[in-house]
Write a protein that binds this ligand. Sequence first.
Ligand code: CU
Length: 340
Amino acid sequence: MRLAKLLSSLALLHLASGSPHGRRATCSNPPVRKEWRQLTVEEKAEYIEAVQCLTTLDAKSGLNGTVNRFDDFQAVHSDQTPYIHFVGHFLLWHRYFVASYEKSLREECGYAGAQPYWNWSQDASTNLSSTAIFETEIFDPDTGFGGNGAWVAITDAADNPFNLTGRTGGGCVQNGPFTSDKFQLHHAGGGCLKRDYIPWIMNSFAAQSLVDHVQSQPDYTTFARALENIPQFTEPNIHGSGHFGVGGVLGTLGNQYESPGDPLFYLHHGNLDRILWEWQQQDLPARLHEVGGPVEPLDYSGKNVTLDFTVNIGRLAGNATLETLLNTEGDVLCYTYDTA
Ligand SMILES: [Cu+2]
């Protein structure tokens, strides 16, 4: 009798001391991520000011070519690029990366809001040559991230390995808060922020019908594979929409290694994360405990990642298992979305 009482009080103590069962307690009041145009003009300004603040804080990543905290994130992504794309942990690695950026904005730069996302499907046109998608609020020079880069012709075919047509920019961004006089990159040679809009890629890769196709996949492995598709331009893939629609051939966002140098990276990947989050919501709690896909890039018949597979994001945050990253309101992550 006495022993039973002791055991039950020990069990209570265990529950109260932050065991895995107490996970709700560690994420109360999660920041609610919204689509960019749902932010007020003040909220938009606060977000952009917080991004600029990161560029004023000293680097901590210890990686070459980093001067400030914004550079740290770009360098960590660049460092791991060969191991974090076309793998089962692609989406959850990028989820952790964006959430750590959001955390830095909040904790190091006093930003009170959540990481916004850009739902490009709302802007995509069936007229593939339409440039309306680039005239949306997010590119506004006064309240958004500014527009296209200056036109730069490509004379050497080696500079356009996929032979992409329809480029419209390629040089430094011409207006908004991230022009070369106000914003400089340092990693991998650094320089100004560049954009190189390609309307047909943006419009076709961002189509809502493609997002619907991805979100209708029955399991994590097929979902993740449909989202990334193949590293070619013969078939659309929603991950490529922001990267190559905005970054094109010469732009920062189109560079597989250096893409987080464009502040829009975090709104683009925020949207991919929302698409994952919504897919998970379709079948909770099962989809809080399901991963799959190759350990090695594109090795679809090889070894698969499992729930206890660990990812790292350098010195940005501690190592995390894929299972902890499946839960956006758990012990490691703490945020949610305004849709459901
Ligand atoms: Cu990436």
